[in-house]
Design a protein around this ligand. Sequence first.
Ligand SMILES: NC(=O)c1ccc[n+]([C@@H]2O[C@H](COP(=O)([O-])OP(=O)(O)OC[C@H]3O[C@@H](n4cnc5c(N)ncnc54)[C@H](OP(=O)(O)O)[C@@H]3O)[C@@H](O)[C@H]2O)c1
Length: 292
Amino acid sequence: MQILDGKLAAQHTKDTLKKEVDEIIAAGKRAPHLAAILVGNNGASETYVASKVKNCTEIGFASTLIRLGEDSSEATLLQEIEKLNNDDAVDGILVQLPLPKHISEQKVTESVNPLKDVDGFHPISAGKLVLGLPTFISATPYGIMLLLEHYNIPTRGKHAVVIGRSNIVGRPMSILLSSNHPHGNCTVTLCHSHTQNLKELCQRADILVAALGKPEFVTADMVKEGAVVIDVGITRVPDSTAKRGYVIKGDVAFNGVAPKTSFITPVPGGVGLMTIAGLLKNTLQAYRTRQQ
Ligand SMILES: NC(=O)c1ccc[n+]([C@@H]2O[C@H](COP(=O)([O-])OP(=O)(O)OC[C@H]3O[C@@H](n4cnc5c(N)ncnc54)[C@H](OP(=O)(O)O)[C@@H]3O)[C@@H](O)[C@H]2O)c1
């Protein structure tokens, strides 16, 4: 069993990006610029956005964080997005999800200029992904593909099972793994809460991606000997003995599953860090496209 180390692979991506940014700056041009909007005070979202901003700084990107109160109206948020859409100095826009319930995520997602849609959530980005056209790939599945590439995991002809069909993780993941490119060409089974015989399907997976948000859902008896297991889940589970009052759990019961696998991602230290790598790559791509 080998750990797929997200920290190591993300650092590799970041080092490459930093070199590119250094060259841009040395040529007298401005740095790529990511703008993030955070609405409300969701603890997990605060952590994610802070980490994204920190990573931008590390590789020389400019970044802006716009904070709006929990009670901010949808109209206020849409106005902020419009300002960023029209700001020539901003290359990428991300609106941290989830949003407060009174704001339509769909409306917000569709209001981001597709040329700056570095989260890859806009219907134009999603549509291009389905058609196999160049686009911004949703950051988490993109990060997973970068991880598979980094560790040179063979995918061609393999049976991949993806648990979870959300628009931001499971569905784009299934499309990427089934696409005709060097790290795709899998035969993919996409599972969800109505799937029957989930355990049997998982047992037939050469590559198993768990993205359902149910802590330690995937147990050893669901995993084939030698499988590659990618754990996307991040859930804060209350734990009074932990310093912060909670522990982070993935969707895979790591201790039981790991010995059966050929490769497995840990949580934390796996997919989460690769998601940021995907986002940063998308931002540089947005910058280059807009510069042209
Ligand atoms: N590491 C990262 O960077 C990163 C990024 C994004 C998300 N995440 C984490 O990944 C997890 C999934 O996120 P998400 O946004 O995709 O979640 P989501 O929107 O809640 O989607 C969950 C999916 O799992 C399916 N599901 C739920 N229970 C199931 C079950 N018992 N059997 C089979 N399928 C089941 C649901 O099926 P239905 O469609 O039928 O309801 C749904 O498609 C969460 O823990 C989230 O925090 C991590």
